[in-house]
Design a protein around this ligand. Sequence first.
Ligand code: ZN
Length: 309
Amino acid sequence: MTTAFYTHSDCLNHQTPTGHPEQVGRLQSVTEALQGFDALDRRDAPLAPDRLIGLCHPQSYIDRIAAAEPQQGCIALDEDTFMSPGSLQAARRAVGGACAAVDAVMTGEVANAFVACRPPGHHAERETPMGFCLFGNIAIAAKHAIMAHGLTRVVIVDFDVHHGNGTQELLWTEDKVLFFSSHQSPLWPGTGTESERGKFDQIVNLPLAPQTGSLEMRNTYVRQVFPMIEAYKPELILISAGFDAHRADPLAQLEWEVDDYTWITEHLCDLASRHCAGRVVSTLEGGYDLTALAASAAAHVQVLMEKGA
Ligand SMILES: [Zn+2]
């Protein structure tokens, strides 16, 4: 068995203004960091049709995003979120890659998968682009796992330093997904308190104070996240893999280290081994210091490969 790596050159065509943290160089850094990983099963992320995106967004929203794409330059959808020529195609690859990775893992073609596409997805709400995100990639992948593969217990772990507000909103009434988001608080977007629990108490928010570092994070996961996943007996584990909790990241102050990404990935893979034949699909979210992003993503994929071998 192998680890699949989904990406596509179309995801380099999604341009943001000069100086924007969510830049083309992020994806280039990640792919360069994985260049020596010869055992990866490299695959093109397919384009998601409206039918897949429609699992979480109304057609009117998809049409609005399509119509907003400019012929040249960048346009702002809000103060953070931009589109350029090619952005829609890139966003379709990000959704398509996540769903194809679910298919490949569920059918046993590969042990697990990492999807490195952009734009990221976990801030996109049902009818609102937000925080560099256009479509809710991981929430759509979870819905696809339920609809296409009949799953009833899907876990999503979002360890991006920002709250996964979009994933939370898209899955607020979804009783077949258990969603965890650990994030720095206070920090943009300001949501993600422990009192936000979803319609079925299936959403677990884990706010972490700035500068609390590795120990606080690990204690939180050991006490609150891993026992709940163990008891839930997931059929699939999805990861919103943002690497912006790293101490070098310019957007936050959570002070994780590369070794923390190794640690959390090992634990999530071990839980998947015990309950669902190791099935893990991880998708890239944030991470804005290019050196830290490359090292952290490489550490994450290294563990996926070791555990998937
Ligand atoms: Zn983030």
